[in-house]
Design a protein around this ligand. Structure first.
Ligand code: ADE
Ligand code: ZN
Length: 337
C-alpha cells in the first residue's frame, strides 16, 4: 500500500466534487470566521469540532452544515475559504478543481459578494498554491422550482467574473427529486452551462434517472445507489456518464455501514466511469488521498485501477478540450514513469 500512496501523491489530480461551504469549515478557520462575524459556534477547538462533526445521515449533516456555514458572510470570508481550500489541495497534489458553491445556503449574503470572494480567492489559490479553480453553482434542491430558475439567471449575470462554468443540485435529497428543478436545468442548458446533479446519494435510483432524462446532466454527483438498479448501471456504463463518488462521505453519512459495503468497486467493475472526491474534507477529516487509500485498502485496487480513476477525474472535467489535453499529457507523463 505504501507504493500506492506514493503513486497517489505523485499523480497530478483533478477534483470534481468539493463544496466551498463545507469544504472550508476547518475548525480553526470556522472559529476565525465566527469571531469576525460576531457569532459563536457549538465548538471551540479541533477536538470539540470532532464531536460536533459526527453524522447520522445526509439530512442531519446538511442541518449541521447550514449552522456552521452561517460564518460565511462577506467577500473576504469567501476569499479566505477558497484560499484555504487551495492550500489543502496543493498538499494533496490536486492541480485542478471544480468547486461547488450553493448560494441558497447563504440567502442573506448578496450573490455579488460571494462571487467577488470566489474570484479573488481563485486568483490567490492559483498564484500562491498553483491550483486552478472553476466553479459550479448548486441549486439548494429544497428550494421551490422558481428559486432554482432565478438562481440560474442570477448566476448567468456574473458567471464570467469567477469562472462559473456549471450548474448543479445539492442539499437534502430524499423528498426533493431532480424533476423539481428540471426548468432550471433547461434554462442552464440554453445559457450554455455545464450541468451536474447530486443524485442517488441517499435518494433512490429513480432520482438518477430523473437527473439524466429530465435535467440532461452530463455527470452524476455520488450516484452510488444506482447499484440497486441493474438497468441504470448498464445505462451509466454504456453512456460513460461520469460519477463523482465520495466514498468516505458516504460511509460517514451512513449511506453504507462501512467501506466494504460501498458500491464503488461494483460500479467500477460494471464499466462505469468513477472518480474519487472528498465532498467536504474538513467535516469528514479527509482529503482526496484518503479516498484513494481507503478504497484501495478495502478493495485491493491495483496501480492500474488507481491510475484509471485518477485519469477519469481529468477526462470527466468540464475543461475545454485543449486544456484537458494539456493536463492529460502531464498526467500521463507521471503515470507512466
Ligand atoms: N452539500 C455539501 N455536501 C453535500 C452532500 N454530500 N450532499 C448534498 N449536499 C451537500
Ligand atoms: Zn456533495
Amino acid at each position: 500500500m505504501s507504493d500506492l500512496s506514493s503513486l497517489v501523491q505523485a499523480l497530478p489530480k483533478a477534483e470534481l466534487h468539493l463544496h466551498v461551504e463545507g469544504g472550508s469549515m476547518y475548525p480553526d478557520l470556522a472559529l476565525e470566521l465566527a469571531e469576525r462575524n460576531g457569532m459563536t459556534l457549538p465548538f471551540h477547538d479541533a477536538d470539540s469540532a470532532k464531536d460536533y462533526y459526527a453524522f447520522t445521515s445526509l439530512d442531519q449533516f446538511i442541518s449541521i452544515l447550514r449552522t456552521t456555514v452561517a460564518t460565511l458572510n462577506t467577500a473576504v470570508d469567501y476569499h479566505d475559504a477558497i484560499v484555504r481550500i487551495g492550500k489543502q489541495q496543493a498538499g494533496a497534489n490536486v492541480s485542478y478543481q471544480e468547486l461547488f458553491f450553493t448560494p441558497g445556503l447563504r440567502p442573506s449574503v448578496p450573490l455579488e459578494a460571494i462571487v467577488e470572494g470566489l474570484a479573488s480567492g481563485r486568483e490567490e489559490a492559483r498564484s500562491q498554491y498553483g491550483v486552478e479553480t472553476r466553479f459550479i453553482a448548486d441549486i439548494d434542491r429544497t428550494l421551490p422550482t422558481a428559486d432554482g430558475v432565478a438562481m440560474v439567471e442570477a448566476v448567468h449575470a456574473v458567471r464570467d467574473q469567477a469562472a462559473i462554468i456549471g450548474i448543479g443540485l445539492d442539499c437534502q435529497e430524499n423528498g426533493f427529486p431532480p424533476s423539481r428543478h428540471a426548468p432550471a436545468f433547461e434554462r442552464a442548458a440554453e445559457l450554455g452551462f455545464h450541468r451536474t446533479a447530486h443524485a442517488g446519494e441517499d435518494g433512490p435510483p429513480s432520482y438518477v434517472w430523473e437527473a439524466l432524462k429530465l435535467c440532461q446532466v452530463e455527470r452524476i454527483d455520488h450516484g452510488v445507489r444506482s447499484i440497486e438498479d441493474p438497468e441504470l448501471v448498464r445505462y451509466l456504463a454504456q453512456k460513460q456518464v461520469p460519477l463523482t463518488v465520495c466514498p468516505i462521505s458516504n460511509v460517514l453519512l451512513c449511506v453504507f455501514p462501512d467501506m466494504a459495503s460501498h458500491s464503488v468497486k461494483q460500479l467500477m467493475d460494471a464499466g462505469c466511469v468513477v472518480t474519487f472526491n472528498s465532498d467536504d474534507p474538513p467535516m469528514f477529516d479527509c482529503d482526496i488521498r484518503d479516498e484513494f487509500r481507503d478504497v484501495s485498502d478495502t478493495f485491493q485496487l491495483t496501480a492500474e485501477e488507481v491510475i484509471r480513476v485518477a485519469r477519469a477525474g481529468w477526462e470527466s472535467s468540464f475543461l475545454e478540450p485543449e486544456e484537458k489535453a494539456r493536463y492529460l499529457t502531464a498526467f500521463d507523463l507521471v503515470a507512466k514513469s
